[in-house]
Unconditional design. Structure first.
Length: 312
């Protein structure tokens, strides 16, 4: 006599989980999104240090701006950045205080800067292409000599240069400040462009050469459009360095009619009589505006050039 066992029934349904007595599930508590107290304290301390450092660095500029609105007698007597009255006459007085209106010196500086920028862009880019793409005898020695020129201070060569320019009658003209720029004398910018061109693939040169292009066409139509970041950097630094250059312009410019902005600002300081500090600070603010505007505009083109250049 056999007995048959009942079939086993299996199910894959999940077992019910125990819940509260009323049958409702409590929602999960929200995750905490607030930073830890230690990290918050570290962030506050870091920002406080950065703000304090920025204030310390910008304080001399703020003091000069405030001093340009003070009478000359109160420039060094008034405390800090506090203004009791706004003395706007300093700008009108400083504009006409020297032999010529201050606009003449701004124009002279603009001419020197324009010539220096064009000279560096043309000569340094051509020299950089030669060092980066051409093979010629003595290339390594010339490149080494160019690197030595970067480490050579201007005070070492200023006397021979002055004697040379004096013999050809270039003293008291803009020629000593502009003509050397067309000879790639700023080795820093040449080295900068050489390193940039070396990062451009040679396949682009070979493709252009297959189409029948020579070195002038490769340089103008292939390499130069891709050098926008290096050219923008050269333009910005050449503008700032040439506009604020005092030593070279003081050496070569002797007549007040050809003074540039740095040399004209030096004329406000008179050792034999009282110095009009308010007018000098006012014109210093005026002379800083072109540099500030040029940096902002040039920085925009620099970022745009870096973002758009490349193999594409």
């Amino acid at each position: 006599m056999t007995t048959e066992s009942a079939p086993r029934v299996t199910t894959d349904a999940p077992l019910p989980t125990p819940g509260p007595a009323n049958g409702r599930r409590e929602p999960n508590p929200p995750a905490s999104t607030s930073p830890r107290p230690k990290h918050r304290t570290k962030s506050i301390l870091k920002h406080a240090i950065l703000i304090a450092t920025a204030i310390i660095m910008i304080y001399p500029l703020l003091w000069m701006v405030v001093s340009s609105f003070r009478p000359s007698a109160d420039v060094f007597r008034a405390p800090g950045l506090w203004l009791t009255e706004i003395h706007t006459e300093n700008y009108a007085t400083g504009w006409n205080a020297l032999t010529s209106p201050f606009g003449t010196y701004l124009l002279n500086s603009a001419l020197v800067v324009l010539g220096a920028v064009i000279g560096n862009l043309v000569s340094c880019s051509m020299a950089a292409y030669a060092f980066a793409r051409l093979d010629f005898r003595g290339k390594k020695w010339m490149f080494g000599a160019m690197l030595v020129m970067i480490m050579l201070p201007i005070h070492v060569v200023i006397v021979p240069q002055y004697i040379l320019f004096s013999q050809i009658g270039w003293v008291n003209t803009f020629a000593p400040l502009i003509v050397p720029k067309f000879l790639a004398t700023d080795a820093f910018f040449t080295f900068l462009m050489v390193q940039f061109i070396r990062g451009i693939p040679r396949e682009l040169d070979e493709a252009a050469r297959i189409d029948g292009a020579g070195h002038p066409r490769i340089f103008l139509q292939v390499i130069l459009p891709l050098m926008t970041p290096a050219l923008a950097t050269t333009t910005i630094f050449t503008f700032i360095w040439t506009w604020s250059d005092f030593f070279s312009q003081l050496i070569y410019l002797t007549s007040p009619d050809v003074f540039t902005v740095p040399v004209a600002l030096r004329s406000f300081v008179d050792a034999q009589s009282s110095t009009d500090w308010g007018s000098m600070f006012a014109m210093s603010i005026v002379s800083l505006l072109p540099v500030f505007i040029a940096f902002l505009v040039g920085q925009k083109f620099l970022v745009k050039g870096i973002a758009t250049t490349g193999i594409k």
